[in-house]
Design a protein around this ligand. Structure first.
Ligand code: HMG
Ligand code: MG
Length: 292
């Protein structure tokens, strides 16, 4: 089994969507450019969702137009429907991600429709993506706990992940949206999902609310997963998941993987520079909150 682990940097999307303040577009672009220097295969740069639902990312097209693209890095975005996909293509996105949920309550709150309706809504996205030759990744949120309805059964996660895989997602990222997963609950969920979808088509997306994210990554590694989402500086959350904290932080994840003998191909100095930039940016936002 390969010892290469792919780290999918989601900070500019999962992180910045959750900041209360609207971050200036040029700062977002500068952060993505610093991250590009670290050598990621994929950076999730922004979302083409409704600007009414997520005003923090209303500047998605300007962000995509302003970044300096590094050869070897694909710039991915979220697209919840065909309109989002068309905007994503127009902006030159290299990959799109559709996002579903294993919890009905979260699906309604996050994308305003049932799980079944969301899958129907994705069908034209898959058709258009196939024609355009754009890879589609899929997310399943609430893989262990839903912030509105509590515990989620592994079988519910398996069914949505299987549907996304059958529809054409090359990889399904399993989101512990509220970061309440423990090594035991993540292991139970993964055993059920990997049996149906295959570990080589799965990624872990672990928010770190309770500090278990790195332990959950280890559980997933032991089950053969070799793809993980993380956010520089541990930034992140979801505006429709109250209480959710940031994603697992990129630098500690890379250090853990390297200690365990896995390669990531990422440049630690470049990651440190991106993290410093982000921490100055966030400190600046805190200060301007304090003075306003
Ligand atoms: P809706 O209101 O039901 O949509 O929202 P609609 O189809 O009825 O359209 C209403 C209006 O929105 C129309 O405009 C559309 O054109 C417009 P109007 O006629 O009123 O002027 N619209 C759009 N505009 C721009 N881009 C679009 C788009 N689509 C419709 N793509 C919708 C449904 C899905 C659009 C909305 O609920 C939405 O945008 N939700 C996104 C929520 C979101 O981004 N959440 C965070 C990301 S998910 C996450 O963080 C979890 C994850 O990290 C994994 C994990 O941690 O678990 C991925
Ligand atoms: Mg997330």
């Amino acid at each position: 089994m390969t010892n290469h682990v792919r780290i999918y940097e989601v900070g500019p999307r999962d992180g910045l969507q959750n900041e209360k303040a609207i971050i200036p577009t040029d700062r977002k672009i500068a952060l993505i450019d610093l991250l590009s220097k670290a050598g990621f295969e994929r950076i999730e740069a922004t979302s083409f969702v409704s600007p009414k639902w997520v005003p923090q990312l209303a500047d998605a097209a300007q962000v995509m137009a302003g970044i300096t693209r590094r050869a070897g890095t694909g710039y991915a975005v979220l697209a919840p429907n065909l309109k989002g996909f068309e905007r994503a293509v127009e902006a030159g996105s290299d990959e799109v991600a559709v996002f579903a949920s294993a919890s009905e309550a979260f699906s309604q709150k996050n994308i305003n429709c049932s799980i079944a309706e969301s899958l129907v809504r994705f069908e034209p996205v898959f058709e258009a993506a196939e024609q355009a030759g754009i890879p589609v990744r899929g997310y399943v949120s609430c893989v262990v706990v839903c912030p509105y309805s509590g515990a989620v059964a592994p079988q519910a996660v398996r069914d949505v992940a299987r549907s996304l895989r059958d529809m054409g997602c090359y990889e399904i990222s399993l989101g512990d949206t509220v970061g309440k997963g423990t090594p035991d609950s993540i292991a139970r969920m993964l055993d059920t999902v990997a049996e149906s979808v295959g570990a080589d088509h799965l990624a872990g997306h672990f928010h770190d609310t309770d500090g278990n994210a790195l332990a959950n990554v280890e559980v997933a590694l032991a089950r053969g997963l070799r793809s993980f989402d993380s956010a520089i500086g541990g930034l992140g959350g979801c505006p429709y998941a109250p209480g959710a904290k940031g994603n697992v932080s990129t630098l500690p994840l890379v250090r853990l993987l390297e200690e365990r003998g896995f390669s990531t191909g990422l440049d630690l100095d470049a990651l440190e520079a991106a993290e410093r930039y982000l921490s100055d940016l966030v400190a600046g936002l805190e200060m301007s909150k304090g003075t306003s």
